[in-house]
Structures are given as structure tokens and as C-alpha cells.
Design a protein around this ligand. Structure first.
Ligand SMILES: *Cc1c(COP(=O)(O)O)cnc(C)c1O
Length: 354
């Protein structure tokens, strides 16, 4: 019932994780046949695992509660104690996951700096691969992330880096939390199909982790894909990490629905991100990084450099949520629309016009 109050919808651009399941997704969850997945008996989980493995061209897949657990299981299934993985300084599985691979698996990270386009320079990767010598950890794995901070890794680069790793005897893991955003950007640039591009990127790797709870709009869940034998090892780690879930099909059904219905629409999120960036063009206090996917980074410069907190508070007072302080971040998603983005642009312009 209406309270008679004027309510303005919140425009939440903090992350693409804030989406609510759509009515159709909720219906799919409600209708999902369920079983106990710890006994391997949940038909909806099994269907999702086949679906994502088939889509990305792998033998097998495992449903995961989170992307963090998925990356952890991947690293621990590829590496043992005293092994090492090469990773970028800004990658989620090194910087934003509590050091899980080191803490829980005794796997040492070897972080390296990213080039401005997000890639890890091939010469730097090669220089960090340790010789077989008792002084060193054994370098076992190269981990990449795509998209990384909203940036699409150039496909030529992905091919070259994963080929280099293979030539040096390393395994390759992709943190593809936003793989379908990467595939969307790549398909748009090449005039090809988004599912084909997702598979083309994924096939450069021995394992790939994908999040359903980001741009794909599911409430919970990720999947880890790889060979059957790799997935058996990852399954053991998942159990150890407390990730054995029971009637998880209620969540897997949401993920399956997202894979079918929310992949092609990611291009709308990318268009909204461009709309936001274009709307902010020409404000002298802002440097807007042209978005390649659904994330817009905005740097405050000059006298505005310390205005981040004030700007965020101003936006919040207008019902617009974003994150960051000196570097603001706006993320578009299923529950954001052109109207909301226009309101965000107007509110930011209003702040600098004061
Ligand atoms: C969100 C994210 C993860 C982790 O996913 P959670 O489900 O939040 O644990 C991993 N990698 C990247 C690149 C992410 O964006």
C-alpha cells in the first residue's frame, strides 16, 4: 500500500553484486529439482556443472559458494606445499582473498606489477620462473584475471602469456569472475558471438573460475572448470574448506537461468558504463577512464583531489551509491538503467557546479 510518501529509487552503483534475482530467476529457483549435492544427488547442481563445463569447453566443473573459494580450490588443486604461483599485484586471488592460498595451502605467491593495460609483461613472467634449485619454491602456476579492474586483457596477450607458461611447464588458471564481461567486450570489438569468445578465452587455460553473482545477476555462486581429474582434486579441497553444500540446486538453478538469459544483456551494462563516462566528460575536476566493460573509474584531480568523501556523501544524499575516495568506482548492472545513470551524472555535475 502506498504511504503517500514520494520515494525515489536508490541508484546503487557500488558493485554488480548488489542485484536482486529477477522474477523469472526466482521462478526457476522455486521450480528447481533438488537433492543432496554432498552425495552428488542434486540434479540442478549437476545440470549447471555440465552446462558451464560444456559452454567453456572443459571436461568438468564444480559449483562453488563464492569466487574466493573457487580460486582457493583451483590454486590448491594445482599446487602443493612449497609451490609458487605467479600473479598480478592487483589480482583478486592475491590481494583480496586474505592470502588464502598461502595461509591455507602453503602456496607462495610471486606477485608482479601490471602494465597499464592490466597485462603482466611476458619478460617479467619469464624472469620470475625459478630454476629447479633447492633455494627456490617450485614455480607451478600462472594466474591471470579477465576482466581485471574492468579492463579486457587483449586476446593476443592472453594467448601469448598462456603459451609462454605452457612452454615453461606451468599450469594456467584464469580468475574469470567477469569472464562474460570480457567476452562481451571482445565480441563487440570483433563482431563475434559472446559465448564463442568466452570459450575462446577459457580454452587458453587449464582451469577457469566464473562468478554468477556479479554481472550475471545470480544471488550466490561461482563455478570452477577444468579436467575431470583436476575437478576431483578441487572437490576434495572444497569439502575441506567447508564448501560442501546440500540442496544447493536452489542456487544452481539461478546460475543456470543467468547463463541462459543474462549473458547477451551484459552489453547493455557496458553501454550504460559508456553513457556514464560520456556524461562526466568535460568536468575539469575529473579524469574519467574510458570504460571497456561495466566499471567506470573516475579520478579526482587538482583541487578536487580531497573531495572524494564529500562527493560520495553528496551522492548518497541524492540516493546514489558508489565506492572509493580519491578513485571513485561506478559499476553498472542488471538493476541499473539509463535513468539511474542520468541521475548519477546530474548529481555529480551538481556537486561540481556548487
Ligand atoms: C568478486 C571477485 C572474486 C571473488 O568472488 P566472491 O564470490 O566475492 O568471493 C574473485 N575474483 C574477482 C576478479 C572478483 O571480482
Amino acid at each position: 500500500m502506498s504511504t503517500g510518501q514520494q520515494t525515489t529509487a536508490l541508484v546503487d552503483l557500488r558493485s554488480d553484486t548488489v542485484t536482486q534475482p529477477t522474477a523469472a530467476m526466482r521462478a526457476a529457483m522455486l521450480a528447481a529439482p533438488l537433492g543432496d549435492d554432498v552425495f552428488g544427488g542434486d540434479p540442478s547442481v549437476n545440470a549447471l556443472q555440465s552446462q558451464i563445463a560444456g559452454l567453456l569447453g572443459f571436461e568438468a566443473a564444480l559449483f562453488m559458494p563464492t569466487g574466493t573459494q573457487s580460486n582457493l580450490c583451483a590454486i590448491l588443486a594445482h599446487c602443493g606445499r612449497g609451490d609458487e604461483y605467479i600473479v598480478g599485484q592487483q589480482q583478486h586471488c592475491y590481494r583480496w582473498e586474505g592470502g588464502g592460498a598461502a595461509v591455507l595451502g602453503s602456496v607462495q605467491p610471486q606477485p608482479i606489477e601490471h602494465a597499464p593495460d592490466g597485462s603482466l609483461p611476458l619478460a617479467r613472467i619469464e624472469a620470475e620462473i625459478k630454476p629447479d634449485d633447492a633455494h627456490f619454491a617450485r614455480t607451478r602456476l600462472l594466474a591471470l584475471e579477465n576482466t581485471l579492474g574492468g579492463k579486457l586483457l587483449p586476446f593476443d596477450y592472453v594467448q601469448a602469456a598462456t603459451q609462454l607458461a605452457a612452454d615453461k611447464g606451468l599450469l594456467r588458471h584464469l580468475d574469470g569472475a567477469r569472464l562474460f564481461n570480457a567476452a562481451t567486450a571482445q565480441a563487440e570489438a570483433l563482431g563475434t558471438d559472446v559465448y564463442d569468445e568466452a570459450r575462446r578465452i577459457a580454452q587458453c587455460f587449464d582451469s577457469v573460475s566464473v562468478c554468477f553473482s556479479k554481472g550475471l545477476g545470480a544471488p550466490v555462486g561461482s563455478a570452477l572448470c577444468g579436467s575431470r581429474e583436476f575437478i576431483l582434486r578441487a572437490h576434495r579441497v572444497r569439502k575441506m574448506a567447508g564448501g560442501g553444500m546440500r540442496q544447493a540446486g536452489v542456487l544452481a538453478a539461478a546460475a543456470s537461468h543467468a547463463l541462459e538469459h543474462h549473458v547477451r544483456r551484459l552489453r547493455d551494462d557496458h553501454a550504460l558504463a559508456r553513457q556514464l563516462a560520456q556524461g562526466l566528460a568535460g568536468i575539469p575536476a575529473l579524469r574519467v577512464e574510458p570504460p571497456q566493460s561495466n566499471i567506470v573509474f573516475v579520478d579526482l584531480q587538482g583541487q578536487a583531489a580531497d573531495q572524494g568523501a564529500a562527493l560520495l556523501a553528496h551522492l548518497q544524499s541524492q540516493g546514489i551509491l558508489a565506492t572509493g575516495l580519491y578513485r571513485l568506482r561506478f559499476v553498472t548492472h542488471l538493476d541499473a538503467d539509463a535513468d539511474g545513470v542520468a541521475r548519477a551524472v546530474a548529481a555529480i555535475r551538481g556537486f561540481f557546479a556548487r
